[in-house]
Unconditional design. Structure first.
Length: 273
């Protein structure tokens, strides 16, 4: 029987059983996934992981409540807990300093980690990132408000991608099945309940703290993103002194999938220059 490729190694982080992948050698890079239903670290980064692993040690966890990591029995989820889990994983793996690649929700966590633990972070890659305040988009409201069904998952996948022809029935079914594994929907529903503007704000860091970041930062966005507005990345590029911005046309919220080869090469070049 073939093993599920989403299931990697397992480690206990302050009582949280954390599923993660660890591949390649060299300078470490922590890759933090987004917050869509049925997501896992592997699903989010599967196309970029092998390319980056040619030059880096790639560490890809499932955050608390997502993928194949533990659920909180009390339904208590917060940015503070996710950041603590990420730092705990670095501690457990003996990683003193890392680069971070963060997608959307993961971008917001990457910013928080860099602000709160500056000695632990070298370079940042923020892809379609939250992390600054913005008006909740209909796309993000739909993603966070997901109720399990094949039709609803298909609608969510259509929001993510610019080119809807990429959304095969196999992709929809695999994400739907992941979203209904035991405890998954209960955890997801507990994370971002309506009214959802407050969760955008909870994921936002103070602009003064963002301005003070010393890190070389690569900001990446899809021009047609319906989930996180392009204006977020423009703002992050304005705020972070040592930032550069790359915008992909004909691209939604799935830069790492819709422009997979370009994305992986861009990130690898940035992290290894």
């Amino acid at each position: 029987m073939q093993q599920n490729p989403e299931i990697g190694l397992s480690i206990d982080i302050d009582g949280v059983r954390t599923n993660y992948h660890d591949l390649g050698e060299g300078r470490p890079v922590l890759m933090i996934h987004g917050s869509g239903p049925g997501v896992s670290g592997f699903v989010n980064w599967r196309l970029a992981m092998p390319e980056l692993a040619k030059a880096c040690r790639v560490i890809v966890p499932d955050m608390l409540g997502f993928g194949y990591s533990a659920r909180d029995p009390d339904g208590q989820y917060s940015p503070e807990r996710w950041v603590a889990q990420a730092v705990g994983l670095l501690d457990a793996l003996g990683v003193e300093q890392t680069d971070i690649v963060g997608n959307s929700f993961g971008g917001a966590l990457a910013l928080m980690l860099a602000i709160q633990h500056p000695q632990r972070v070298r370079r940042l890659v923020l892809m379609g990132a939250a992390g600054v305040d913005f008006e909740l988009t209909p796309g993000l409201d739909a993603v966070w408000g997901y109720e399990p069904s094949m039709d609803n998952m298909r609608r969510i996948m259509d929001v993510f991608a610019f080119d809807r022809s990429r959304i095969t029935e196999d992709i929809v079914r695999s994400r739907y099945e992941a979203s209904i594994q035991p405890g998954a929907q209960e955890a997801f529903a507990a994370m971002f309940p309506a009214p959802r503007q407050r969760w955008v704000q909870a994921l936002a860091s103070a602009e003064a703290s963002i301005r003070a970041l010393p890190n070389e930062t690569l900001v990446i966005h899809g021009r047609e993103d319906k989930v996180i507005p392009l204006a977020n990345s423009l703002r992050l590029c304005e705020l972070i002194p040592r930032a550069q911005l790359h915008v992909y046309g004909h691209c939604g919220h799935w830069t790492q999938i819709e422009h997979a080869g370009r994305f992986a090469r861009l990130v690898r070049d940035f992290l290894t220059e």
